[in-house]
Structure formats: C-alpha cells, structure tokens
Design a protein around this ligand. Structure first.
Ligand code: URA
Length: 238
C-alpha cells in the first residue's frame, strides 16, 4: 500500500505538495468516493481519479541484477562511483530493493514499485536471503550453533535460519559457509560472523526470496516476468 499523494505525484499529475492540495480540496476520488484525508493508503488495485479523470499509473519495471563488486547500491553516489542503477539502461527512476555492500556481489532486485519493494524489505518469514561467505578461518559446529541460536549485533539479537559449512580449505585456513537470514540489517552477515570471531573475506548473495542467479553472469540483469511479480505480491503478510 502507498500513500495517495505519492501515487498521484508518481503519475506525473502534480508535485507531492500539489497532490496534497488536490486531495484536501476534494478533487480526488478513490473507487468512486471522494477522499480528503492525507496519507490515505491505496493499492495498485484501487481506481484513482483526479478531477474525475482516472490517473495513468506509472509503468512499473522490475529487474534482477547480479551485482558485481565495486558498485554502490544506491541511485546516486556523492563520490561519483558507479551505482547499481547505472548498470540497467532505463528512463524510469528505479531503485534497489535493500542493500548490498560495495564489495558484496550477487542477487539484487531493482524497481520503481514501492509496494513491491516494501513487501520484500519488511521482515517476513517467507522472504529468505541466502549468502555464501568466505571466512578467514574454519568455523566449528559450536559457532554454527551460536549463529542459529542468536547472536547480538548493534544491541539486537539476530538468528540465522540455516548455516551450512560448504567447503574447507585447510591450506589457506579458510572456509565457505552458506548462511540464510530473514532480516536485512546493515552489514548483517559480516557482523554476525564477526560476533563469532571471523572476518568475511568475500560475500555473495545467492538468492533473495525465490530469485536466484541462474543464467546471470556478474553485471548481467534480466526483467522479472509478470508471474514472478505476482508471486511477490502473494508473499504479502496480511
Ligand atoms: N550482509 C552484509 O554484511 N553485507 C551485505 O552486503 C549483505 C548482507
């Protein structure tokens, strides 16, 4: 659900401020009824009219990117570094759904659909994020259990839904661990491993919700199918 004034502004009819004036002066109808309350929430299924004319909803776009290293997850970088949005040629103002660090690679969704982004970013048991981490040491069963039982980062307890040791390299004293989490706190995976004594040397997100990197090389992207978009809407917790 999105705020009515935002939807009107995004349709290109008026600025956000002007959209608010249109609402308070009774020029806006939702499903045939005049709505004057600012902040009324509407969904993409609602029929919105301004001055008795239905608004043209902004064309929604949805992408899955295999983010390479050395790219910032933002729409504009003050240090003029390359951003994830620069990798996708479109005239629409898309933005990333959540964040991957500058040196993290892997699955990242981008869209101009705020409702879609909210569903994926809101803590939801059905939205898993699966990461592969290379650690500067070899993790023990006891530390894996600590991650699953809950560790404290930034004063909050977070749990890994699953942790699997995938590969051990005795010679280099490193290992590869797959970790699945539900939240998306800042630097969460790195901080979780730090809390049990490891530095993450490399981090890749293999999957977010049901989107994996099948057929996408680093730096490549694809559009989501309407079916995939509908499947994300079906994840919404009532
Ligand atoms: N956790 C991290 O520490 N970094 C990321 O980029 C994503 C999750």
């Amino acid at each position: 659900m999105e705020r009515l004034q935002k939807v009107i502004a995004e349709a290109g009819i008026a600025s956000r401020r002007k959209a608010e004036d249109l609402i308070t002066s009774g020029k806006v109808k939702v499903n045939g009824e005049i709505v004057t309350e600012l902040g009324t929430k509407v969904s993409r299924k609602d029929r919105i009219e301004v001055n008795n004319k239905p608004i043209e909803k902004q064309q929604k776009e949805y992408y899955l990117l295999n983010k390479p290293r050395g790219v910032v997850t933002t729409t504009k970088d003050e240090h003029h570094r390359k951003t994830v949005v620069d990798l996708i040629p479109t005239n629409t103002r898309i933005y990333p759904v959540g964040r991957l660090d500058y040196d993290t690679t892997g699955a990242l969704l981008l869209t101009n659909d705020g409702e879609f982004a909210n569903i994926l970013m809101h803590p939801n048991d059905k939205v898993e994020k699966v990461y592969m981490a290379k650690l500067n040491g070899i993790i023990k069963g006891e530390q894996i259990n600590q991650l699953k039982d809950g560790v404290e980062i930034d004063g909050q307890t977070v749990q890994a839904a699953r942790v699997k040791l995938k590969k051990v390299n005795d010679k280099n004293n490193t290992c590869m661990v797959q970790i699945t989490i539900h939240e998306g706190k800042n630097h969460q995976v790195k901080k979780m491993f730090e809390s049990v004594g490891f530095q993450v040397e490399k981090l890749k997100r293999e999957k977010v919700a049901f989107f994996d990197l099948k057929d996408l090389q680093s730096g490549e992207y694809r559009k989501l199918t309407p079916k995939e978009v509908a499947k994300v809407y079906a994840l919404e917790q009532k």
